[in-house]
Write a protein that binds this ligand. Structure first.
Ligand code: NAD
Length: 257
């Protein structure tokens, strides 16, 4: 009998909304889902900044819809989800990827920085899930994958507010999973270690920092966005149908040691 497993890590004909899709991990997730058969709604902080992603998705034979979607703005969350639903008719998969990680020592964090980091990372994830989830409830189907971080499980100096938001994302993942299981919606998260993206470029350009990071990742390498996208695709696919409420560590063993 032929092995069917590889077919189960595909998402043919599904519609996926990816927030912060323009670069880094979001971009890799959008491409992985498109390669696996999904059409993609691209949530962009600035709708004109897709950096060629639309063309790349179309070259894979899939549709791409750019959406103005600053996740710190409730009006843009609502209008983006509405436009995606109008254009595609449904949203099957939501990837809550948009996130920021401003560095600061605890004694210097301002209220404005604190509020904005929570607005983007935590409030944005909650209300984007709520808005897309309302549609998924009507569909009686949904797959939500939140991008948490190993920083939600360990304390990284200068990243206190970020760490708190990522811990919050992993916990809200459980809350949503439990409430929405009855609607056939699964809600999971992934928690990457350091990944090479535009967002970490400056941090990892410092040789001392990079050496410290490599000393903690027991598999001995910094991640590629594809390492995260592969796990996200798995969680969005039928292969993960009985998985909900979990956070999958993609940390090369950092938090295990
Ligand atoms: P990045 O900085 O390279 O890209 C972040 C994306 O989010 C950009 O496209 C940006 O436009 C978008 N964004 C920022 N604020 C937004 C807003 N208000 N509304 C909509 N979009 C917004 O980051 P990345 O490294 O690709 O990280 C993506 C996600 O992965 C983040 O949630 C981050 O916390 C998480 N993460 C990253 C790493 C890493 O090492 N790169 C590790 C763990 C978790």
């Amino acid at each position: 009998m032929a092995n069917q497993n590889s077919d189960e890590v595909k998402v043919p004909g599904k519609i996926a909304l990816v927030t912060g899709a323009g670069r880094g991990i979001g971009r890799a997730c959008a491409l992985a889902l498109a390669e696996a058969g999904a059409d993609i709604a691209l949530g962009l902080k600035n709708i004109h900044s897709d950096s060629g992603l639309i063309k790349e998705i179309e070259a894979l034979g899939r549709k791409a819809l750019p959406l103005q979607m600053d996740v710190s703005r409730m009006d843009e969350i609502k209008s983006a989800v509405l436009k995606a639903a109008e254009y595609f008719g449904r949203i099957d998969i939501l990837i809550n990827n948009a996130g920021i990680a401003p560095e600061n020592y605890i004694e210097n964090v301002t209220e404005a920085d604190f509020d904005y980091t929570l607005d983007v990372n935590l409030k944005g994830t909650f209300f984007t899930s709520q808005e897309a989830g309302r549609l998924m409830i009507r569909q009686q189907f949904g797959r939500i994958i939140n991008i948490s971080s190993q920083a939600g499980f360990i304390a990284l100096p200068t990243e206190s507010v970020y760490c708190m938001t990522k811990a919050g994302i992993s916990h809200l993942t459980k809350c949503f999973a439990v409430e929405w299981a009855k609607y056939n919606i699964t809600v999971n998260a992934v928690a990457p270690t350091f990944i090479y993206t535009p967002g970490t470029e400056d941090y990892l350009a410092n040789e001392e920092t990079k050496k410290m990071v490599l000393s903690k990742i027991v598999l001995g390498r910094i991640g590629d966005p594809k390492d995260v996208a592969n796990a996200v695709l798995f969680l969005a696919s039928p292969a993960a149908a009985l998985i909900t409420g979990t956070t999958l560590m993609i940390d090369g063993g950092w938090t295990a040691s």
